[in-house]
Every structure is written in structure tokens, then in C-alpha cells.
Design a protein around this ligand. Structure first.
Ligand code: 4NP
Length: 156
């Protein structure tokens, strides 16, 4: 079982989008039983407010025919670092915030999602840009690149 946790700041826009886009790719590839996929945020604010997925993320997932369930924001915990094999952040500030919570990344589990893409980069936050389309296509690029990297390295 390959356990993947997608992480952003609020866990309502980018990381749930990545969770459901990647889950859909895995399902379509017939690999569902090989993966456990979840998402979390680095800040607690949305967990305290029991915030669900942002409507902008829901709208683009519906438009692109990516199935999703409701997901309630939760903050990443130290135990997540032990449980998951890959902790995939959306941007560099997420990486630093994750490290502040889980401690030193001695097992090299923490990466940016787009570090697996041909052009490594941050995924912009649509909470601030309002551009859910751009975020969606960056996430598709990252999810495809990560799945290919796992295959090329014989992890499935
Ligand atoms: P996300 O976007 O990290 O992609 O989920 C944000 C969502 C909420 C907030 C910030 C970023 N917020 O400040 O509540």
C-alpha cells in the first residue's frame, strides 16, 4: 500500500483538489487497492471551523468530472508523518510549515507535488488568486508526474 497525504495551508482548496484528482487517476488506472490517499492543512483555523471543500474546488472538480466526497479540513499531525509514505506539499511555504509541525524529515517523505513535474514549481493558492483553473491544471501535471515517477521506480 502506497500512502499519500496531500498538504496545503487551509486544506479546503488545493490539497482536497489534489486528493480527488489523484484518487481519480489511480481508480482509472485500476490501482485503487494499492493506494491510500488523504489530505490535510498546516493551519488549524479551518479544522476548528469544521470547514468543507471550497466551492471553487467543487466547481472545477464537477466541471472536469472528477468524483469527490465532502472532506473536512484537518491539520497535519506528527502521527501523519509516521503513517504516510509521501507528504506532498503544494508550495515551499507548506514544506516549511509541515517541518515545523512534524520535525526533521529524516525519512525524506516531504516533497512539493510539482517537484515530480518536468518544471519543478509551487502551485499557486486560488484562495488568493481566484484562479481555480490554473491550479487544477498544475495539480493534474503533478499527479500524472508523480504516478509516472512511482511506476518508473517500480513502486507499483
Ligand atoms: P488552500 O487555500 O491552502 O489551497 O486550502 C487556503 C484556504 C483557506 C485559507 C488560506 C488558504 N484561509 O486563510 O482560511
Amino acid at each position: 500500500m502506497i500512502k499519500v497525504l496531500f498538504v496545503c495551508l487551509g486544506n479546503i482548496c488545493r490539497s482536497p483538489m489534489a486528493q480527488f484528482v489523484f484518487q481519480h487517476m489511480v481508480d482509472e488506472a485500476g490501482l485503487s487497492d494499492k493506494f491510500e490517499i488523504d489530505s490535510a492543512g498546516t493551519e488549524r483555523y479551518n479544522e476548528i471551523n469544521h470547514a468543507g471543500i471550497h466551492y471553487g474546488t467543487k466547481d472545477i472538480l464537477r466541471e472536469m468530472k472528477v468524483p469527490f466526497n465532502e472532506h473536512y479540513s484537518r491539520q497535519i499531525r506528527k502521527a501523519d508523518y509516521e503513517h504516510f509514505d509521501y507528504i506532498l506539499a503544494m508550495d515551499q511555504s507548506n514544506v516549511e510549515d509541515i517541518q515545523a509541525i512534524v520535525g526533521f524529515d529524516n525519512k525524506h517523505k516531504i516533497h512539493r507535488l510539482l517537484d515530480f513535474a518536468s518544471v519543478p514549481r509551487d502551485i499557486k493558492d486560488p484562495w488568493y488568486t481566484g484562479n481555480f483553473d490554473e491550479t487544477y491544471w498544475d495539480i493534474v501535471d503533478g499527479a500524472q508526474s508523480f504516478l509516472k515517477w512511482l511506476k518508473d521506480n517500480n513502486f507499483y
